[in-house]
Design a protein around this ligand. Structure first.
Ligand code: NAI
Length: 736
């Protein structure tokens, strides 16, 4: 068992601790050894009145159990006085939990000045004043833990809570900045958005839920975040019912809607709207620097390009502004790469495919019924142009081949590689960048079977020491590496390479003696010959495909990696993977040393619906379709009655393997109701998202929708309470 998290010697101030969540925190901190200041004004839930009894009761309870606590009855607007209570009673302040809160719910037009002001004063200004009073003490002692209490209403918005939502999200903004300012003094600030049964929620949540959503199911997160051993800082967590999830921002890749020396127009915004709002491959900026950096990068893209083109088939490189006009756009003589099953198998063995894994057999046994080339074999077909002296032939560039490093690799397949073939390859210098410590050549290679484009590679070749020539640092041609998510990996695969791994891999065409000749390796500064970066790349891609796509090569779309360190043959390659939709982020480590050898990498998978769309089958029909059709039939008889009772529109997103496979609308608001496939015409009151399988389980009564909601299997947006009415109606009328 892990060591209990204790708070002996710590002084904890909890505001609004006379009831609800605050009381649960105060009791839990005291039970684990903290000296607690129990603050509570003791008014009603709207903020009217005051009383000392709420705080006193909790203090008595703590003392009865042998804990240490003092009461404070001030409003959080008197932050200094509350903190003084802590200092007078216990001599210091280590933890502040800003929890006090009230409600003044009104639809927006009916919010009075007073309703607005008192909510801001108690939640936002109160948390500010209490925290500011504690801040200097925390700074001096170089220790502090702070909690801000936000709300799902602030994060997502909620009808009738404009004043409250604004204050609650304001607290997140404050917390984000305190996390940055406090960091150097070991002051951490985190935000929670709890869900719990309390007097604030008793009018909103149904009774049986109130009972189940105990404040005790929120307190452990607050205690952990406030413990000295917790490194979390600047986080936002939703918590309730024993579940905790972390939130973060996501930003679409967006679109450049302006061209150099051209005005920016609303028409261009309109034309790019789908792309601007497309969250496929979205990135997760972690801080304001990430945000600003992208803006600056886009600005430099706009300024460095005469024309911004996202056309993938536009192979011609732009004119360089950096003095390498001759080199940029240089086309290598076309070359062909022919292969049979022999080369494909040799490659697969080179990147660790093995008879020990039955899923690998199709990559190494030509008589397998589903014999396939590993997708990353596509790099081998294109790599001739960076081998040998080819790089030295680029006009206007004088490259010392000894200083050349393979920095990054991107590969995209437009269809699975044929099992044998002869591909025609065209290579072009897409751009040359100045990275300061070196010069970066982006080499694009297009490989065709006849006229059909089969794959595209981008080799990023780094020439150490040739930078600093005043060239541009980035380019719209570059396929960007993407940082991995900030959480433990979703999956990890390992493979121990053999001592002969590099000797085997080089048979696929990279004959560089660095990978086999000890003398050569030692001259290059290595203890012994190193594994090819592209070999490690092949191992990791195989891991991703194996784990997330059942080794189905038709699911492979693209891969991007950044090489950061070498691997020695015999070491164990460990691929850590994170699934984000159809993108699998990964990084590769040497298990024995923990060194990261491939960083900021990802594999993009072809979404499953795209595959099934290509090969529609009757068997692929969703089970839920029948149910919706059945509900539609029933509604014809009882529609009017149901519409009167429910008066709401429900939109369903039915998923299959994580992707939305169908949308249905049950309109119980208009006319005598209707059920139709597709999103709601107009807006839906409630949107429900769940898998086809779970939908059927709910319908068959095997899965309780409330449980599904709280376990995350059923997601709901909009007015969630309405779905209870829907449940009742389905049960009573649809007779499913
Ligand atoms: P609660 O009403 O049981 O507790 C709030 C406490 O704050 C009360 O004891 C009240 O007397 C005290 N208080 C109010 N104004 C004060 C002031 N000016 N100075 C000092 N004390 C004051 O409510 P609950 O649910 O425990 O709420 C705690 C916090 O969690 C609040 O900030 C609330 O907005 C937030 N929250 C709660 C949710 C829930 O599901 N219970 C959902 C989202 C946020």
């Amino acid at each position: 068992m892990s060591t209990p998290l204790r708070f002996d010697g710590r002084v904890v101030l909890v505001t609004g601790a006379g009831g609800g969540l605050g009381r649960a925190y105060a009791l839990a901190f005291a039970e684990r050894g903290a000296s607690v200041v129990v603050n509570d004004l003791g008014g009603d839930f709207k903020g009217d009145g005051k009383s000392s009894s709420a705080a006193d009761k909790v203090v008595e309870e703590i003392k009865r159990k042998g804990g240490k606590a003092v009461a404070n009855y001030d409003s959080v607007e008197a932050g200094e006085k509350i903190v003084k209570t802590a200092l007078d009673a216990f001599g210091k302040i280590d933890v502040v939990v800003n929890n006090a809160g009230i409600l003044r719910d009104r639809s927006f037009a009916r919010i009075s000045d007073e309703d607005w002001d008192i909510i801001q004063r108690v939640h936002l200004r109160g948390s500010f004043l209490v925290t500011r009073a504690a801040w200097e003490h925390m700074k001096k002692q170089k220790y502090g833990r702070i909690i801000m209490t936000s709300s799902a209403s602030g994060i997502y918005g909620n009808f009738g809570q404009g004043n409250y939502s604004a204050a609650k999200l304001g607290l997140l903004g404050l917390s984000n900045t305190l996390a940055i300012e406090g960091k150097k003094n070991n002051i951490h600030c985190n935000t929670i958005a709890p869900t719990a049964g309390s007097r604030l929620t008793q009018r909103i949540l149904p009774e049986d839920l109130l009972e189940a959503l105990k404040p005790d199911y929120v307190a452990p997160l607050v205690l952990w975040l406030c413990h000295e051993s917790c490194e979390e800082n600047g986080g936002l967590f939703e918590v309730g019912a024993g579940w905790i999830g972390k939130l973060r921002w996501e930003r679409s890749l967006g679109a450049i809607v302006r061209q150099k020396n051209q005005p920016m127009t609303p028409e261009a915004v309109k034309a790019n709207w789908t792309k601007i709002c497309d969250f496929d491959n979205a990135i997760k900026p972690q801080n304001v620097q990430d945000s600003t950096r992208s803006i600056i990068e886009f600005l430099s893209k706009i300024n460095s390009e005469g024309e911004v083109s996202t056309n993938q088939t536009n192979h011609a490189a732009s004119t360089a502004t950096s003095g390498f006009a001759e080199a940029v756009g240089h086309k290598f003589p076309p070359f062909s790469s022919a292969y049979t099953e022999l080369q494909a198998i040799m490659y697969a063995l080179g990147v660790g495919a093995s008879v020990k894994d039955p899923k690998d057999l199709k990559f190494i046994y030509e008589l397998s019924s589903d014999f396939s080339c590993l997708p990353t074999f596509g790099v081998i077909l294109a790599q001739k142009c960076i081998m040998g002296e080819a790089m030295a032939t680029i006009p206007g560039l004088s490259i010392n081949l000894v200083k050349v490093l393979h920095g990054e690799q991107y590969l995209e397949l437009y269809k699975p590689l044929p099992r044998t073939g002869s591909l025609q390859c065209e290579a072009v210098v897409a751009d040359i960048l100045d990275k300061g410590s070196g010069l970066l050549i982006l080499l694009d290679v297009y490989s065709y079977s006849g006229k059909e484009l089969i794959c595209y590679n981008q080799f990023s070749v780094f020439v150490v020491g040739s930078g600093g020539f005043g060239g541009k640092r980035t380019s719209d041609k570059v396929k960007l590496a993407v940082p991995i998510p900030n959480r433990p990996p979703d999956a990890v695969c390992t493979d121990t390479t053999s001592l002969n791994q590099a000797a085997l891999y080089r048979l696929s065409g990279d004959w560089n003696p660095l990978h086999i000749d000890p003398n050569f390796a030692s001259v290059a500064g290595f203890d012994r010959p190193i594994l090819h970066g592209l070999c490690t790349f092949g191992f990791s891609a195989r891991h991703v495909l194996h784990h997330f796509a059942d080794s189905d090569v038709s699911r492979f779309k693209a891969i991007k990696v950044r090489f950061s360190k070498p691997v020695y043959p015999g070491q164990t390659i460990q691929t850590e993977m994170w699934k984000e939709g159809n993108r699998i982020h990964f990084q590769t480590k040497i298990q024995e040393t923990g060194d990261i050898v491939i960083s900021d990498a990802y594999v993009d998978l072809v979404p499953i619906p795209d595959i099934s769309a290509k090969a529609p089958s009757e068997g692929g029909r969703l089970q839920s379709t029948l149910v919706f059709e059945e509900i539609g039939r029933h509604l014809k008889d009882i529609g009017r009655e149901v519409v009167k009772k429910v008066n709401a529109v429900f939109e369903w997103h039915i998923t299959k393997d994580g992707n939305t496979a169908a949308k249905w609308t049950i309109d119980l608001k208009n006319g005598s109701g209707s059920v139709y496939q597709g999103p709601a015409k107009g807006s839906a009151d409630t949107t429900l998202i769940l898998s086809d399988e779970d939908f059927m389980e709910v319908v068959l009564g095997k899965l309780d929708p409330q449980k599904a909601f709280f376990s995350g299997r059923l997601k709901a947006r909009g007015n969630i309470m309405l779905s209870q009415k829907l449940q009742m109606i389905l049960r009573d009328y649809a007779k499913l």
